[in-house]
Design a protein around this ligand. Structure first.
Ligand code: SF4
Length: 372
């Protein structure tokens, strides 16, 4: 059953400075004021009532939790202790910077009921981190993860492909270094140009060019595939669409799409179909596709984009896409006059730096995948 998370956005609290891409007030629509104990308890009660869940998770996002003064950390965590004891709150999560975590801080979090820590890693390439003015290096991430794991705390790592200086190669090597730390989950947020950031200024000056949507989808499908092979869940790709994020003047440029994850999943499905179809296709006969029922939208693609591309690029017609509950989540079956072929997105696709270069669209053309 999906967990209900009660989020508190403590925007920029504890941050030693502003990283070049970050404007939590714009993204989360919160000024970062600490909630009072009564506000914390009331919000937990409201979420429990509307979700129908006995217990909910509480999260403090949007700042550097372990860098805020310890007395303020205690003020936020204290009202949750009774709720943890009663089962009304099942766990606490926080997000923070890798360089503000050490063995003592991890022990404090564990003793305070924090079960999950999300680290803003962004990149494991020191040159990219330097250009993003993060103020920490990749080795800080490794130390922080070790401290958290020693306390039995679940670790989530956030990565941001497309930062200044990032390339497809550094993005892949960042992911590989992150996966080597055996995180419990990942979040992948392609870099956006958000108003009020240093990155926005660089963009306006012509000193930064974000990934196009097509590039970001292409990079992220390969990153997702690497994570799937490593067995590490990617719990989110692309920023959560909110009224604040989507309001005019917030995102100035970059690969934003409200259903970014679905674009990525649809690309993986298309790559598998492209591989399976030559084994089944007598192009004069239509093909039928089967997949797990929950995957039909990914196989078809947004606005039937995958079906249209199969016609356009491979000359095959698809007469049916059906759900089959016997199929695994990552499997697709193609049936045609020349036979039946079953494949798995995880096992049967292979992405490398080389095939990225052969597949990727010309960045200078700024061509967008058409989902209109
Ligand atoms: S990225 Fe993290 S550390 Fe940097 S300014 Fe934003 S919230 Fe603070």
């Amino acid at each position: 059953m999906k967990k209900t998370i009660v989020p508190f956005f403590i925007s920029h609290q504890g941050c030693p400075h502003r990283c070049i891409f970050c404007n939590q007030e714009k993204i989360a629509g919160s000024n970062g004021d600490f909630p009072s104990p009564a506000e914390i308890r009331d919000k937990v009660t409201a979420y429990r009532r509307t979700s129908g869940c006995q217990g909910v998770d509480v999260a403090f996002y949007g700042g550097s939790f372990t860098s805020i003064p310890r007395e303020d950390q205690l003020r936020l965590l204290h009202p949750l202790q009774n709720l943890l004891a009663s089962g009304e709150v099942t766990s606490i999560r926080i997000s923070t910077r890798p360089d503000s975590l050490n063995a003592e801080a991890a022990a404090f979090l564990s003793a305070s009921g924090v079960c999950t820590v999300e680290l803003g890693v962004q990149s494991m390439d020191d040159t990219v981190l330097e250009q993003a003015e993060r103020g920490h290096c990749a080795a800080d991430v490794e130390k922080a993860v070790a401290c958290l794991k020693n306390q039995g705390i679940s670790v989530g790592l956030q990565l941001m492909p497309g930062l200044p200086g990032d390339t497809w190669e550094t993005s892949v090597s960042s992911l590989s270094r992150a996966l080597a730390l055996r995180p419990d989950f990942l979040r992948i947020y392609p870099t956006l140009v958000v108003a009020g950031t240093s990155l926005a200024r660089r963009y306006a000056e012509g000193n930064y060019c974000p990934l196009s949507l097509a590039e970001a989808v292409n990079w992220c499908k390969m990153l997702l595939h690497h994570a799937l092979l490593a067995g590490v869940p990617v719990v989110r790709m692309g920023l959560q669409p909110t009224t604040d994020l989507e309001s005019a003047g917030t995102i100035l440029s970059g690969p934003y799409h409200p259903a970014f994850r679905q674009l990525v999943e649809a690309e993986l499905c298309f790559d598998l179909l492209r591989k399976l179809i030559p084994h089944c296709a007598d192009t004069s006969e239509p093909l039928s596709l089967s997949c797990a029922p929950a995957r039909i939208a990914d196989v078809v693609g947004q606005k039937r984009s995958n079906i249209q591309r199969l016609v356009r690029e491979h000359g095959v017609r698809i007469d049916r896409v059906q759900g089959d509950s016997r199929l695994a989540h990552f499997d697709i079956v193609v049936e045609g006059s020349s036979g039946i072929r079953r494949g798995s997105i995880v096992k049967d696709l292979c992405y490398s730096v080389e095939n990225y270069h052969s597949e990727t669209l010309d960045r200078s053309q700024k061509k967008e995948i058409s989902h209109a």
